[in-house]
Each structure stands twice: as structure tokens, then as C-alpha cells.
Design a protein around this ligand. Structure first.
Ligand code: GUN
Length: 290
């Protein structure tokens, strides 16, 4: 039976360490979150981010735009946040309501304030092994894996999902830790057979309970990034991951639950990125001509 990786407890320890570091800084790190429209799941994420930002001793700036906001309005807001010295991190909540184009909005964020790690500069830094801001969920996955597998070199890691937000950066991080990485996706042939070869299996496909117990190599570390709302007993909504926990847990060596696994790590890593971005920006400011 797998040991459970307690992301909730790990994230609480990480937030406490961040708060302790913030408390002794001569300035307050500031995080701006932009929410366009009124998607209920996004509203909940944004409210949680704001609360945890303040709890960590940082300033939280919330900007809400109506779903009918124009691309130009959104770009204008991002440019104002880029220019605001109290704002060290900018996060534009995704997905944006159509027809807004996320790529152009992300490209407008200053790379040094890009706490989501989504700009081409930060993605390129990650891909080439330079220091930069790393996307939060992938960073959370890596921290959890490092906790249970201190020596990952040579492990075969299979990542299911090729998004810019999760799959691709997780693959880059595992490659940096000397794993042999296979990036699988919806067109991969014999996905169950491939997964059975994985010492580390990261499921980020967005498909409820897709990974079954007989896809898991005995003893593997399984990281479930999925957060899917499905109808449960008596029509009550239930949260499940991309892994069928009941069948996978008896086979795996380590497994993250949903909820309480990767999810809480995302915001903790966002706070960590905001702290990193703030320290970098304040250090650069010291060197600026008055
Ligand atoms: N929507 C769901 N997760 C994320 C995230 O990590 N960053 C952003 N910007 N939007 C999201």
C-alpha cells in the first residue's frame, strides 16, 4: 500500500517558512491577481490566493474585470501593474473568457514580475537551465517528489499532459534532476503500457480517474495534478484527480491524494515565487541611479 504524500501539510510548512522570511524584510512583497469574468472556480482560487498572500505578510492587490472587458483594457491593466513598484508579482487567472487572447496578455507581463512563469523569457530560462520564475504547480510537484525521492537521477519519469502550465515545465524540472523523461499526451500509443514503465508518474491530463491501478508500476511515485469535479452519490459533486486513487494506491509506493496533494502546493509556490521576485526587484532597485 502506498504511503500518502501530504501536500496540505507540506504546503503549510512552506507558507510558514515564507512568512518568517517576509517578516524580517525591510519591504512588503506585493502580489497582484487579475480575474476577468465570474467563473465560480476561478473566483474561489483567487479568494484563496488573496487570503494566503495576506497571511504570509504580503500585500494582495485584486483586480476584477467584467467578462466583456476588451483585450486593450486588460493589456492596459497589465502595463500599469508592470510600472507599479508596490507590485512584485502579477498573475492573470486563466482561462480567460473568449474572445480574450491569453498569449498576448502573458507576453505583456514583465518577466521579472511573471510569478506564473509563463512568459517566453521564463519558459526559455527553464528550458536552458538558467535561474528564473518556474510555474507554480510544476514547482509544487517537484518539491513533493524531492521530499519522498531524494535521489531521482536515472528514474524514468512519465508525464501525461503537454500544457505550457504543467506538463512541459514538469518535464523540464524532472530532466534537470537527471530523470529520463517521457512526455505523453492524448495521441500517445499504448499509454497504459508506457505508464507501467514509470518510476515517477505525473498525471496532468485533466481527465477524471483516467490512470488505473494496472497502469502503475509497483512502488512508483504517483503525482496527481488533476482536479476534476464529478457527480458523486446522491448527485453531490465530488473532487477526483486524473488517477483512480482506490486502484492505484495499493500498487504505488507513494501517491498524492485529491484533494490535499498537489493543489495546496500551487498557492504556496506562488507565494514563494512572489518572495523571490520581490527580493530580485528590490535588489535591482538598490543599484538604480536615483
Ligand atoms: N488557472 C488554474 N491554475 C492556474 C495557474 O497556476 N495560473 C494561472 N494564471 N491560472 C490558473
Amino acid at each position: 500500500m502506498a504511503r500518502i504524500i501530504d501536500g496540505k501539510a507540506f504546503a503549510a510548512r512552506l507558507r510558514a517558512a515564507i512568512a518568517a522570511e517576509v517578516a524580517v524584510l525591510p519591504f512588503k512583497p506585493g502580489l497582484a491577481v487579475v480575474l476577468v469574468g465570474d467563473d465560480p472556480a476561478s473566483q474561489l482560487y483567487v479568494a484563496n490566493k488573496a487570503r494566503q498572500t495576506v497571511e504570509a505578510g504580503m500585500r494582495s492587490f485584486e483586480h476584477r474585470l467584467p467578462a466583456r472587458a476588451s483585450q486593450a483594457e486588460l493589456l492596459d491593466l497589465v502595463r500599469r501593474l508592470n510600472a507599479d513598484p508596490a507590485v512584485h508579482g502579477i498573475l492573470v487567472q486563466l482561462p480567460l473568457p473568449p474572445p480574450l487572447a491569453a498569449a498576448e496578455v502573458i507576453a505583456a507581463i514583465s518577466p521579472e514580475k511573471d510569478v506564473d512563469g509563463l512568459t517566453v523569457v521564463n519558459a526559455g530560462r527553464l528550458a536552458t537551465g538558467l535561474p528564473g520564475l518556474v510555474p507554480c504547480t510544476p514547482l509544487g510537484c517537484l518539491l513533493l517528489l524531492e521530499e519522498v525521492l531524494p535521489e531521482m537521477a536515472g528514474c524514468h519519469a512519465v508525464v501525461i499532459g503537454r500544457s505550457n502550465l504543467v506538463g512541459k515545465p514538469v518535464a523540464q524540472l524532472l530532466l534537470q534532476r537527471d530523470c529520463t523523461v517521457t512526455l505523453a499526451h492524448s495521441r500517445t500509443r499504448d499509454l497504459p503500457g508506457l505508464c507501467r514503465q514509470a518510476d515517477i508518474l505525473v498525471a496532468a491530463a485533466g481527465r477524471p480517474e483516467m490512470v488505473k491501478g494496472d497502469w502503475v508500476k509497483p512502488g512508483a511515485a504517483v503525482i496527481d495534478v488533476g482536479i476534476n469535479r464529478v457527480a458523486g452519490a446522491a448527485g453531490k459533486a465530488r473532487l477526483v484527480g486524473d488517477v483512480e486513487f482506490a486502484s492505484a494506491a495499493p500498487v504505488a509506493g507513494w501517491i498524492t491524494p485529491v484533494p490535499g496533494g498537489v493543489g495546496p502546493m500551487t498557492i504556496a509556490c506562488l507565494l514563494r515565487n512572489t518572495l523571490t521576485a520581490a527580493k530580485n526587484q528590490e535588489a535591482a532597485r538598490v543599484g538604480e541611479p536615483g
